[in-house]
Write a protein that binds this ligand. Sequence first.
Ligand code: 1HN
Length: 299
Amino acid sequence: MREHLMRAGELISVEEAERRVLILENPALAGTSSITRTLYAGLQLVRPGEVAPAHRHTQSALRLILEGESAYSTVDGDKTPMRFGDVVVTPPWSWHDHGNDGAPAEDTIWLDALDIPTVGFYDASFMENHPDRAQKPEPDGRAALWAAGLRPLDRPQPANPVTSYPYAAALKRLEQYAARQAPHPVRGWEAEYTDPSTGGPILKTISAFLSLLPAGPSRGTYRSTDATVFVPVEGTGATTVGGEVFEWGPRDVLVLPAWVPYAHEVDDGAAVVFSYSDRAAQTALGLWREAFDTTRHGA
Ligand code: 1HN
C-alpha cells in the first residue's frame, strides 16, 4: 500500500484532494468504501509543508500514526503532535485540520478509522468547511480545562476531550500491566482506549484497543460479533482465520471478520497490536457477544 500512497503523493496535491487518502476497501464489500460493514479505513499521506484543510463532520474519526514524526493535527483548537503509534481522536462535529511543519519535516502516513458506513446507515451525515484553512491553536482551550480535571460546559453533546493518546505512555503502562497479570489465551494483554468523560469507549461508535501478544501460539480460538481491524505496530506473526493463514508485520492492516474464530502465532519476542471495531455501538445496543474455544477447530 505504501508504494501506491507515495505515488498518490506525486499525482495529487492536498489542495485537489482535500484529504489524500487511499481507501482500504474490503473486497467482500465492493463499492461501499468500507473495511467492515460499519467502519471505514484509509491510509493518509501528508507531505512536508502541506495542510489538509479544516472541516468538521458528524462522522467520528481516530488515527493511528504509522510513519513520520513531523505532522500535527488540530482538533477543536487543540494542536497535538502526531508520532509513530499515537492515537489521535476527532469526535463527531469537531473541527480538524492536519499539517506537517516539524523540523526535519518528513512524509507522514497514518491510518484513518471512521464510522462512515454507520452514520450513512442512519442518514445522519453532515459536513462543514471551516472559514480558515487551519485553525488557530488554543493553548489554553478546552483541552487545558479538562487536563485540570474541569469539564467545560460549552459543547452541545458530551464528547471525548482527549485529543491524543501517545504511544510511549500507552506501551509503558501496558507492559507494567502485563508483568502482573496472566494474558487472555488469544487476545493477550489488552487495554481499551477510553473517553475519560464517560469511562467508556474512545468514541460512541468505535472501540479501540492496544494489545501485547506473547510469543507463541494462542491457546484456543476467539471470536466476537465485532469485525475487527487489526494493525500490528511492533513484532511479527501470523493469524489463522477462516482456514487461511495471514502473515503480518508492523504497519500491516488485517480484518478479522465477525463471528469467525481466529488464533495467532507470534514470532520470538512479543507483538504490539492496535485494533478497532464497532464494539462500542454493539455494546450500547445490547448486541455484542464473544466466544472462546480451547480447541483450535475452525482456525
Ligand atoms: C476525513 O475528514 C479525514 O480528516 C480522513 O483526515 C478521511 C474520509 C471520509 C470523510 C472524511 C480527515 C475521511 C474524512
